[in-house]
Write a protein that binds this ligand. Sequence first.
Ligand SMILES: Cc1cc2nc3c(=O)[nH]c(=O)nc-3n(C[C@H](O)[C@H](O)[C@H](O)COP(=O)(O)OP(=O)(O)OC[C@H]3O[C@@H](n4cnc5c(N)ncnc54)[C@H](O)[C@@H]3O)c2cc1C
Length: 416
Amino acid sequence: MQQSPRVIIVGAGVVGLCVAWYLARAGAAVTVLDRTGPGEGTSSGNAGAISAGSVAPLAMPGVLKQVPGMLLDPKGGLYIPTGYWPAALPWLWRFVLSARPDRVQAIAQAMASLLHGAEDRHREILRAEGAEDLIRDDGQLYLYRDADHLKKDDAAWALRRAHGLEMQVLDRAGIMALEPMVDAAYTVGVFLPRQGHCVNPLRHARTLARGIERMGGTIRRATVEALVTDGPRVVGVRADGETLQADQVVLAAGAWSAWLLAPLGIRVPLESQRGYHVMLPDPGVMPTRPLVPADRKAFITPMEEGLRIAGTVEFGGTEAPPNAARAALLLDDLRKVLPQANTADAKPFWMGHRPCLPDSLPVMGPVRAHPGLWCAFGHGHLGLTASAPSGALIAAAMLGPVPNTDLTPFAAERFA
Ligand SMILES: Cc1cc2nc3c(=O)[nH]c(=O)nc-3n(C[C@H](O)[C@H](O)[C@H](O)COP(=O)(O)OP(=O)(O)OC[C@H]3O[C@@H](n4cnc5c(N)ncnc54)[C@H](O)[C@@H]3O)c2cc1C
């Protein structure tokens, strides 16, 4: 009888956990290694939006025009500390290059192929784990001050619509019908009836971890120091000083993945886009669905432990301490949308690292020069959404049946 393949997954964020879940279901003997508990990194603190229609890359020509203004505004949604500019510039240059119209079309096509059916994949997992209540299907509501404001995002909405996103443009009465507490300054809405949200990303990650263990997998706390090779083949990892052998290794260490690849000579321009959230356990007002004030690029999400306001993009790497001033801006964002919200009992803020590539595509699939090594990282602003379909895709590519989705656009080698 053939033995189950032994697979080590580095990283128990939502992406690594989904990869492990699908591999375990397909019969692999999986071990997930993380220096913290499942989902306790970036994956615990996201805004919970499951946005399968978000196929437009961040680098849209329209966005580029907005960037200088955002950078000059000290309260803007994007912040690069002066000292970090030299490190950020090469990444930003690639970001600008990926906003060429032909690249934007190709990126959207690749994202659409990855995100197609994302919510069904999430539901497939949660149904098996008896936790379908983690996801709600009440849609998402983007908020604009007026029609001119909406116009700035026209290109991105058109691209999403071209890939099948269902959307309804609402006037003030339409907004009021859905969310009567939204401030009168927002007169135009875009309602996405088919996009959902997760009400507790940490419980979600822990549910995945329990499922992996139920199927015979192991989740272990350990810091991975290096990938172990035998010639070009990756044969395991060194973790906490110990060598662990595997038939295959999946690198799913989020924003920390690039430095484990670098010793193999593989350079990927992975940058942390640091984001923050604030939780209000007793906000006094609770929308039914995530609200997204488009001028602030924040998400205001109803969750089972309160109202979460998440957002802002800050460069600065994975080691710099969090910046309380950035988190405080989120409460201002909230007050603009829901002025009656009670912010008095806000919990201490949280910060996490979105693992971002300049072309907004993750790095996924086999590393050609190193048999035995697979990548699953760099899902940026969409890691929760893309985690389940990424897991299904990687597991199928590793163990079969061969998936229809072409992994070429996601290859690590695309940056060579
Ligand atoms: C403010 C904010 C809001 C967001 N909102 C949304 C949203 O609404 N919808 C959405 O789809 N996405 C959202 N995201 C993005 C999403 O949260 C991330 O893309 C996703 O969590 C990344 O998951 P991951 O598993 O790749 O990384 P992580 O969750 O960061 O997991 C990586 C894991 O690897 C471990 N690790 C790293 N190095 C090592 C090592 N050497 N040894 C052992 N372990 C290691 C870490 O401890 C960590 O647990 C948001 C992100 C932020 C910050």
